[in-house]
Design a protein around this ligand. Structure first.
Ligand code: GDP
Ligand code: GDP
Length: 434
């Protein structure tokens, strides 16, 4: 179940400052590897062990002043429908404006938990100024300074208290896939192509409290569930073109899935929005498979696919052990291969390497390339084990884990990938004291 915390409010109250604080993403804005500026408005965050996705709605408002207010109203509506908790941010230094009042009116009519956050309370003497926000009739006011972080702890304690308890992980469930991508890349066409001619194979699992529909497939010799938000998307047609809305839906579908099928249009290649989705999938420890669709429309020679793939992987660095397929849904090219590969990624995700095999292979590699000595101390890795979990996690037991640096960690990850198949799957590596 996806916990989504949407930060709403008029411009300049400090939404993105709070977002950055919650997600600590300031440093990550410009990606060192790809040189792409990642304009991230949604990001995984965690507080006292509870995970959620924070969304800065301000990031989705573009354009001139007159469409501003309309866009903000749309967002508040969507947030009310889709978010778990809404943070309504106002600015103590300006007090209540007309737009604040309008937003408060919309929020008052919703049944979602709303937290009124008075921002820019940088000094204790501003505390009593925020009392005017009680006029919204939305309950308690949380005084924060997004700039310094003061007050954000109390706010988060309250926010996460609304998250439902973690659901029991259902054992021996079927693999869950979801198709994501920008509008018009071919998602619905693929969904339909997968249905094939025999429509009886589709069994929507009804009556769940989930945010998305699960469709049970038994196709091409594989049994799996497709997490589909398209049906839900259609329900409120007006929202379909709003980027903020589709991002909300994507986050929900993604968090409910094992493997994310990220679909691109061959004519556009991979764009910032796609990279954001990829990043979110990776952070959520999901498997990923990339489809370059509409491959039929591309003029190509024997090098085109190789070069195309390389361009995509370069942008996903450093995590670029990802399968890329070139599909044409309309020409029915590689539809079967798509299912096969998604199954493979799923297998990679749940793969368990026997401890003896893991130690045999990795200890030999480590013997040849031990971690470099730090401060004159030698680091000895003695024993390796895979930790239980829904995605690959490894513990390397050693004498001085604190001296292991990132480059060595990457080296280890690459060796794990070379020796065992983890294509499309994020790996976590921990060095622990033995
Ligand atoms: P948004 O448009 O709501 O996302 O607002 P921003 O996060 O871009 O912030 C608007 C302005 O308010 C920026 O100049 C921030 O530096 C400033 N700001 C944000 N939080 C605080 C705060 O806690 N205290 C003060 N004094 N300024 C803040
Ligand atoms: P969605 O918005 O991602 O669900 O995209 P759709 O499935 O609605 O497809 C958008 C348009 O692209 C439709 O006109 C499809 O017929 C077309 N389309 C989908 N896949 C392909 C493909 O592989 N090749 C070509 N040429 N067109 C495609």
């Amino acid at each position: 179940m996806a916990n989504i915390v949407a930060i709403v409010g008029r411009p300049n109250v400090g939404k993105s400052t709070l977002f950055n604080r919650l997600t600590e993403s300031r440093k990550a804005i410009v990606d060192d590897f790809s040189g792409v500026t990642r304009d991230r408005h949604y990001e995984v965050a965690e507080w006292i062990g509870k995970k959620f996705t924070a969304i800065d709605t301000g990031g989705f408002v573009h354009g001139s002043d007159d469409i501003f207010e309309e866009a903000i109203r749309d967002q508040v509506h969507i947030a009310i429908e889709e978010a778990t908790v809404i943070i309504f941010m106002v600015d103590v230094t300006t007090g209540i404006t007309d737009l604040d009042d309008e937003i408060a009116d919309l929020l008052r009519r919703s049944s979602k938990p709303v937290y009124v956050v008075a921002n820019k309370v940088d000094h204790a003497k501003l505390h009593h100024d925020s009392a005017e926000f009680y006029a919204f009739g939305l309950g308690e006011i949380y005084n924060v300074s997004a700039a310094t972080g003061s007050g954000t702890g109390e706010l988060l304690d309250a926010v996460v208290s609304h998250f439902p308890e973690e659901e029991e992980v259902e054992e021996d469930e079927l693999p869950k896939f979801t198709i994501v991508g920008r509008p018009n890349v071919g998602k619905s066409s693929l969904t339909n192509a997968l249905l094939g001619v025999d429509r009886n194979i589709v069994t929507p699992i009804a009556g769940t409290t989930r945010d998305s529909i699960r469709i049970h497939y038994n196709q091409f010799g594989h049994e799996f569930l497709m997490i589909d938000t398209a049906g839900l998307r259609r329900k409120s047609k007006v929202n379909e073109d709003i980027e903020f809305y589709s991002v909300m839906r994507t986050i929900k579908a993604l968090e409910d899935s094992d493997v994310v099928i990220l679909m691109l249009d061959a004519n556009d290649g991979i764009e910032a929005q796609d990279i954001n989705i990829f990043h979110l999938a990776e952070k959520n420890k999901k498997g990923v498979l990339i489809l370059v669709n509409k491959w039929d429309t591309i003029e190509k020679d024997h090098k085109t696919a190789v070069e195309f793939k390389q361009r995509i992987l370069d942008k996903l660095a450093p995590f670029n052990d990802v399968p890329v397929l070139f599909t044409s849904v309309t020409e029915k090219q590689r539809i079967f291969k798509t299912v096969e590969t998604a199954m493979e990624v799923y297998q990679n995700k749940i793969r368990r390497i026997p401890t003896s095999k893991l130690n045999e292979v990795m200890l030999e590699i480590i013997a040849h390339y031990p971690p470099p000595a730090t401060k004159g101390k030698h680091i000895k890795i003695k024993y390796i084990t895979q930790l239980p979990g829904r995605s690959p996690m490894f513990a390397f037991f050693c004498n001085l884990p604190q001296y292991i640096k990132d480059p060595y960690k990457r080296f280890i990850e690459n060796k794990l990938r070379e020796n065992f198949d983890f294509a499309g799957v994020p790996i976590q590596i921990f060095f622990r004291q033995k």
